[in-house]
Design a protein around this ligand. Structure first.
Ligand code: UGA
Length: 427
């Protein structure tokens, strides 16, 4: 099929590369000239395992094309995916990129096509998008919604093998064509109307952080009573009605999706006259979890961090990504600085991105070098290189042997045997 992707961001580039790899002819439209220039040179502006290879492979065989021209991108199109961002702006979902992109599509559409909203938008927005688009075109189009459920760091795998493919379409013919396009992708199919499709996306991205905040609350109680949160939630998760995933306690959730979508669903509820109290508690719990974690660091370091070197391992909001958006490291580092600590931070890929957001700290790529003379090691992002640190080497480098594990990845016995003071979250 001839496919157009509007927006060469994370979702757009992954979707484009995968659809091209299936044999479709894919045009990617990007209006940021600097970004487009880099992409034309084969440079992906962020780190995502496997993406660059897939992208370059499909450019090479001429199935993937890049342009800043709507006319060129839409010349033969049958299906257009709108993949532009819907960032949070002061507690509101900013929709202008979606309106601009869909207006651009409407103005340049030559023949009937399916326009799919892949951007995460409030349920029901398609009516407003359609009303605006019809002002610019007489060409017939069908507006659908196919939300994405991929995780950063696992984007290719999640796109090829998602738990489900949700197709929100008003017309049977549109649903069938989108089903055919998604044929090579595994996973259950959910066919519904666009509003329900958009609600599935919001509800999923609100339920998962609810599980995490619940796990973090249980972890705090485990700390108070001496239970082991991993055993506790491991046991809880064995109940198939609950499930084992996203019960990982730690320093809280971050990223470009959960914080934004929880806020958006609260806002959507407010507009509809509903006070979404559970989600407000999820937000508050996530914020408090960082303070709780900072309290641990302060206590373990003898009640004051003034002038002490604290090494933070991990800056990205999770491993295998360079994304710093709403990363827990940002609030942890801000809190450490406020308490007077001298912070050194390390990350395998996110340092250049973190530099733009954090000042007054030292960045060191090599974790061992970062730990030299440190009072405490604070793990915030569980990259594999930090999971497998050589602690017999680390113990010789640090000033005090204190490890505070914000992701519960280290083995207490092993560390205590080596003379470390160890604390996780709830274990
Ligand atoms: C999330 C969803 O998992 C995807 O399904 C969705 O498509 C995506 O948002 C999106 O809307 O685009 P992502 O933000 O990439 O994906 O990352 P996750 O793996 O879900 O992790 C989010 C945050 O939760 C991270 O900070 C992670 O450390 C934290 N987390 C995750 C926990 O604290 N505990 C857990 O048990 C799991």
């Amino acid at each position: 099929m001839n496919v157009t992707i509007v927006g060469a961001g994370f979702v757009g580039l992954v979707t484009a590369s995968v659809l091209a790899d299936f044999g479709n002819d894919v045009w990617v439209l990007e209006n940021n000239t600097e970004k487009l220039g880099n992409l034309l040179k084969g440079k992906i502006p962020f780190y995502e395992p496997g993406l660059e290879t897939l992208f370059l492979k499909n450019i090479k065989v001429n199935r993937l094309h890049l342009t800043s021209s709507y006319q060129e991108a839409l010349a033969k199109t049958e299906v257009v995916f709108v993949c532009v961002g819907t960032p949070d702006k002061g507690g509101r979902v900013y929709l202008q990129y979606v309106y601009n992109a869909t207006a651009g599509v409407a103005r340049n559409l030559k023949e009937s096509a399916i326009v799919v909203i892949k951007s995460t938008v409030p349920p029901g927005l398609n009516d407003e998008i359609e009303r605006r688009m019809r002002k610019y075109t007489k060409v017939d189009f069908s507006l659908a919604s196919v939300p994405e459920f991929l995780r950063e760091g696992k984007a290719i795998e999640d796109t090829l093998h998602p738990y489900r493919v949700v197709i929100g379409a008003k017309e049977e013919e549109t649903a069938q064509k989108l089903l055919a396009l998604h044929e090579p992708i595994t996973g259950e199919r959910v066919i519904c109307d666009p509003i329900s499709a958009q609600m599935i996306k919001y509800a999923s991205n609100a339920f998962l952080p609810t599980k995490i905040s619940f796990a973090n609350s249980i972890a705090v109680l485990c700390d108070q009573c001496g239970a082991d949160v991993e055993k506790v939630l491991g046991g809880v998760g064995l109940d198939r009605r609950i499930g084992p995933d996203f019960l990982g306690a730690g320093v809280g959730y971050g990223g470009s999706c959960f914080p934004k979508d929880v806020a958006a669903l609260i806002g959507f509820g407010r507009k509809k006259g509903y006070n979404f109290k559970i989600l407000k508690a999820v937000q508050a719990t996530n914020k408090e979890q960082v303070n709780y974690f900072l309290g641990k660091i302060k206590r373990l370091c003898g009640g004051s961090l003034k002038g002490k070197k604290i090494t933070v391992l991990g800056l990205a909001f999770k491993p295998d990504t360079s994304d710093m958006r709403d990363a827990s490291s940002l609030s942890v580092i801000a809190g450490l600085k406020e308490m007077g600590a001298k912070v050194t931070a390390s990350d395998p890929v996110a340092i250049p991105f973190a530099r733009r957001l954090i000042d007054g700290i030292e960045f060191v790529e090599d974790p061992y070098q970062a730990l030299e003379g440190a009072e405490a090691l604070v793990l915030v992002t569980e990259w594999n290189e930090y999971r497998s640190l050589d602690f017999s080497r680390v113990r010789k480098l640090m000033k005090s042997r204190i490890v505070i594990d914000g992701r519960n990845v280290y083995n207490r016995n092993m560390l205590e045997q080596q003379g470390f003071i160890y604390e996780g979250v709830g274990k």
